[in-house]
Design a protein around this ligand. Structure first.
Ligand code: SAH
Length: 358
């Protein structure tokens, strides 16, 4: 077992089994050995590759989306442009370059990057060093950041938020825990049924062994964003992989160098993520009375925003890059690649028009 595994085993030996959510938090965020503290997880050389790392077109179109939505909302000023989990900073750099074309928009924005990982924050600072926009970093999304009109972007952020899992056993839901058996980290259902858990009936009747997943932090965050959108004016665009229609199933996965590995093996040595439950996110906007849009397939969204014309323009400007641009276009939009599994979900104030792409 690696050092973080030993640290987690020590914690379990001292206090008993931990939830899957606690395990994810430790594996991703341990300040010494966690994925985001210690690994260069994102990109070709890392564990997984994300849409903005595939092509500049992704960030550019999201930048253009922000400008268009700002106009739709009646140009609220001043405006904060917030990104959750900006990774290597690529999306924001591309979005700002595209947004610069609109002087009115870019003259009054403040850019806030919300990043928990120190090495990734350093990478973002480097990529954005030449930017002419006022930039600021925060380690988490505080309520104070949402106290004025804002546009918020989050790509592959929600899939990394801690997840709780429950297993259907003996006609009851039992929380799936991480425990120690013969000195190895192992999943085990809690002996007592989970108290106070309410599973939406729309999911149907569970079979023995069914797994119900819920990310309380994703839901709480979405609720907070929806309240702020409704109160301050603004919009959020959440892009991630996951289901539009929720069912049962264990979707927690670990990726190391683009290859799936066992989730509990050598924590911190592989990225952990799970499907985003867009129904749960959409439901979380209801208490605020905000408008949820989508989810729509990433391929459809990017095409509606003009990715094919953008690809053609890039090829005209640099014919030598034609194959690379065509490959990136395919990867981002095709149903057999990221086009369908990845989805876009937006939150806008009640009664606002559908944002571009929805
Ligand atoms: N958006 C980027 C990176 C996705 S990886 C891209 O598309 O390439 C997830 C990102 O979220 C990383 O930057 C990670 O450090 C950050 N992150 C994960 N959990 C976080 C949390 N609770 N608070 C702040 N940042 C977090």
């Amino acid at each position: 077992m690696n050092l973080l595994g030993q640290r987690i085993a020590g914690l379990i030996a001292a206090q008993g089994p931990i939830s899957v959510a606690q395990f994810m938090t430790l594996a991703l965020h341990d300040p010494d050995y966690g994925v985001y503290a210690a690994r260069n997880a994102i990109g070709r050389a890392g564990d997984f590759i994300t849409a903005p790392e595939i092509s500049q077109m992704f960030g550019e179109l999201l930048g253009a989306w922000c400008v268009a939505v700002w106009h739709q909302l009646g140009k609220p000023q001043p405006l904060r442009l917030i990104e959750l989990g900006p990774g290597r900073g690529t999306l924001m750099a591309d979005a700002l370059r595209a947004a610069k074309a609109d002087r009115e928009f870019s003259a009054q924005i403040e850019v806030v990057l919300v990043e928990a990982s120190a090495p990734l924050k350093a990478a973002q600072q480097q990529v954005l060093a030449q930017s002419s926009f006022p930039l600021r970093w925060e380690s988490h999304l505080s309520g104070a950041l949402l106290n004025q009109p804002f546009l918020l972007l989050a790509n592959e952020f929600f899939d990394a938020l801690p997840l709780r899992q429950y297993v259907w056993k003996d006609e009851r839901w039992h929380e799936r825990m991480v425990t120690l058996v013969d000195d190895a980290l192992t999943f085990a259902a809690a002996p007592a049924p989970a108290a106070g858990l309410s599973v939406p009936s729309a999911r149907g009747a569970p079979e023995p062994g069914a797994v119900y997943e819920i990310s309380p932090s994703a839901i709480a965050l979405c609720e907070e964003i929806a309240h702020a959108v409704q109160r301050q004016g603004g919009a959020a665009l959440i892009a991630d992989y996951g289901y539009a229609q929720s069912g049962f199933g264990d979707t927690l996965q670990a990726l190391s160098s683009h290859t799936p590995v066992p989730v509990l093996h050598d924590p911190g040595s592989a990225d952990l993520s799970a499907h985003v439950d867009f129904t749960a996110l959409s439901d979380a906007t209801t208490p605020a009375g905000a408008n949820p849009f989508g989810p729509v397939a990433q391929g459809d969204f990017l095409k509606a925003l003009g990715i094919e014309a953008r690809a053609a323009a890039l090829i005209r400007a640099n014919p030598a890059a034609a194959d690379a641009v065509a490959r990136a276009l395919h990867r981002l939009t095709d149903d057999t690649a990221m086009g369908r599994l990845f989805k876009m979900f937006a939150i806008t104030p009640l009664a606002s028009a559908p944002p571009p792409g929805f």
